[in-house]
Design a protein around this ligand. Sequence first.
Ligand code: ADP
Ligand code: MG
Length: 321
Amino acid sequence: MDSSLLNEHIVLQLPFGLVLLDEFKMEQWHNQHVFMHLQLDPQLPLEKKSYRELFSAVEGLYKVIHKQTSTNFKPFRIFASRTEAGKYLNIWGKPMLGGILVITSDVTELKQLEHKNLEAMVEGQEVERMRLARELHDGLGPLMSAIQLKVDQSISPPSPGEPDKASELKDLIHTVSKEIRAVSHALIPGSLLDFGLSPALKSLCERMEQPGLEITYYAPKSVPRLEQAKELGIYRIAQELLHNALKHARANHIHMQLSSDGGNLTLSVEDDGTGMSNLDPADSGIGLRNVRNRTRSLEGTFVLESQPGKGVLALVEIPVI
Ligand SMILES: Nc1ncnc2c1ncn2[C@@H]1O[C@H](COP(=O)(O)OP(=O)(O)O)[C@@H](O)[C@H]1O
Ligand SMILES: [Mg+2]
């Protein structure tokens, strides 16, 4: 068999999208997969289309090609770029035949798997936290009360002039009990389980206030109760956003707000601090990445708005029906 025919046959079988651009960044050759990957209409010819038209469905790709080809062409790789149709593509650009070969590979399934793993991890952490909190609260709590009672019963009041060992011991026991409650509360906020999201967020804001930093909270009178996992997820998101404003913003005022319009619950956290110059999700830390993952696993949307010196506004919208 003719080896060039064989090559061609093999190339057609590969699950990659291939587009060869000429030196003017116009289409010169492509294979069939690019139609699917780049959301192009298979009925319309691609001949001599510019890279701008070809790659319009993949945010960022057009810009990368523009940048990488402004002087001498530099090869590039983009990982898991999201297309308008919600596909994830890995994309490579290589110099070839005086132009550029762009190769796309569909990694949507991998990305979904990664997302599922993340979700399971987050859920696993919460289950473990809840178990520990319960153990501390229900196991150690009553034990400490029992010790307190025994101490009360068995230590006689001090004789005049002697140090009051009993009350020192009682103070110590009281402190340990308080610590246990605080740790259990940090693991899983009791007020969240007992009273719901809004009272728990209000108490979170109150606890975090410090001299020189005002934290205000607003929510309508009645916020509907949601499934436990949803309330906990939104609480964790609020916790991280508040923590960020406390840690990074150097703000004077933070305002948290919850609002509900029937179909959606919206959480906003706004500060008047230093703001962020880089809002690119790819550059965020673990905290904001977790916020994005949690929002996604609750099928909601997350938006960050900021300008340097003008504070940060974080908006999370979760469908609740
Ligand atoms: N409210 C904020 N004000 C100013 N900068 C912020 C704010 N929130 C986040 N940032 C910036 O974004 C970065 C990433 O945040 P995050 O993903 O939570 O990671 P971490 O808090 O661990 O640094 C922070 O290091 C900080 O530079
Ligand atoms: Mg953080």
